[in-house]
Design a protein around this ligand. Structure first.
Ligand code: HEC
Length: 102
């Protein structure tokens, strides 16, 4: 897990700044890394997939807060309550903007 976090930091040059507290509180890096698929698709893959889809960020914000259809395999992402606590719409937006900038 620590390796994943430092890999992420290394590639951070042109990105939206990482919302560190939110990411920690929601344990995003427990399953995701910036650029290596691990327990979950990497944020880089996710950004590639959705970058050109106009409504993607709204869909992803919804999904981060309330769950939804699985898009990458059989494992779904746990809901906020199981990740560390409730997630406001504003925080979901911050996280999605950050993911899509990677
Ligand atoms: C317990 C493991 C786990 C944690 C913690 C986790 N994720 Fe995920 N995430 C997954 C898995 C597995 C998928 C693929 C699920 C799917 O196909 O929809 C995923 C998918 C995603 C997607 C793409 C969804 C889609 O519909 O394509 C985004 C964006 C995302 N995660 C962001 C985050 C963020 C931001 C956090 C922290 C708030 C986070 N994840 C925390 C496991 C996790």
């Amino acid at each position: 897990m620590l390796v994943a976090v430092s890999l992420h930091a290394a590639g951070a040059a042109a990105q939206t700044q990482e919302p560190v507290e939110l990411v920690d509180q929601q344990h995003c890096m427990f399953c995701h890394t910036s650029d290596a698929p691990f327990l979950a698709p990497s944020f880089h893959q996710i950004a590639q997939r959705y970058r050109d889809q106009p409504n993607a960020s709204t869909m992803l914000e919804e999904k981060l807060r309330h769950g939804g259809k699985v898009h990458w395999g059989d494992m779904s992402m746990p809901l906020p309550a199981d990740r560390g606590g409730p997630l406001s719409a504003e925080d979901a937006r911050t996280l999605v903007q950050w993911v899509l900038s990677q």
